[in-house]
Design a binder for this molecule. Structure first.
Ligand code: ZN
Ligand code: FE
Length: 269
């Protein structure tokens, strides 16, 4: 029987600041980037959920370290989706740009976006509105964070700029499920880049209030990130001016040049 109850998405905290997102319909569950198995097993048991699939965005250990243990504990037949162009332990389904993943339980249809930058083979999973998904959802791994973006370990500023542009083209109400709680430190940096961004100042206050109550600052939305995230605002005058000032350059002709400067600035901030 196919269930069509509204899907819920909950964070399972792991390590210091990771979130392993669990998508479920009250019975069947998917998890995204289980870097650690123990908190997932505990959560599934508490909520009486059956794990029906694992989605992997990229190969880093804090996103993949729990896969094999979950399969050992819950069954080797659970499908593991992951980027095609790199080895992911336990992966059973290789995914590429444009692939559509149809999962029966919980019922969801996901679209694969290749988003190189943080790593070269990084992918994201997008669920547009459908019968049981009221607002579109994006599982973006370490590509986009609330008010920040992933470090460029493997990709170039141009690749990251293009990857973030793919996200910018998604519906503004898309809920963005990032995999780390980096928001407050990202906001401190974003305020150094855009001290006069009123939306950012407002968001800083709301995010501080959430963290003071130990609540996640996520999900964010694409619409919100377009207003407060300097890495998605590389065409805005204040971001460009800050990038020119910090780099001493006289011109930064493309958004990728601007992103390169602010990403390097963030790395040492
Ligand atoms: Zn990573
Ligand atoms: Fe990570």
């Amino acid at each position: 029987m196919v269930k069509n109850t509204l899907l819920q998405v909950w964070p399972i905290p792991a390590f210091d600041d990771n979130y392993i997102w669990c998508i479920h319909d009250g019975e069947s569950a998917l998890v995204v980037d289980p870097g650690d198995a123990a908190p997932v097993l505990r959560y599934l048991a508490e909520q009486k959920l059956l794990l029906k699939g694992i989605l992997i965005t990229h190969h880093h250990a804090d996103h993949t370290g729990g896969i094999l243990q979950l399969l050992d504990a819950l069954g080797r037949s659970i499908p593991v989706y992951g980027p095609a162009t790199i080895d992911i332990p336990g992966r059973t389904q290789s995914v590429m740009q444009g692939d559509k993943i149809e999962i029966v339980a919980p019922r969801i249809s996901l679209q694969v976006l290749e988003v190189p930058g943080h790593t070269l083979s990084h992918v994201a999973y997008f669920a547009n509105m459908q019968a049981n998904v009221v607002e579109p959802m994006l599982f973006c791994g370490d590509t986009l964070f609330a008010s920040g973006c992933g470090r460029l370990f493997e990709g170039t500023p141009t690749q990251m700029t293009e990857s973030l542009a793919k996200f910018a083209a998604l519906p503004k109400n898309t809920l963005v499920y990032c995999t780390h709680e980096y928001t407050l430190s990202n906001i401190r940096f974003a305020l150094a880049v855009e001290p006069n961004n009123a939306n950012l100042l407002d968001w800083a206050q709301r995010a501080q209030d959430l963290r003071a109550k130990h609540l996640p600052t996520l999900p964010t939305t694409i619409g919100q990130e377009l207003q407060v995230n300097p890495f998605m605002r590389t065409a805005s005058k204040e971001v460009i001016d800050s990038a020119l000032r910090i780099s001493g350059e006289t011109s930064l002709p493309t958004p990728a040049h601007v992103l390169a400067v602010i990403r390097a600035w963030k790395d040492r901030f």
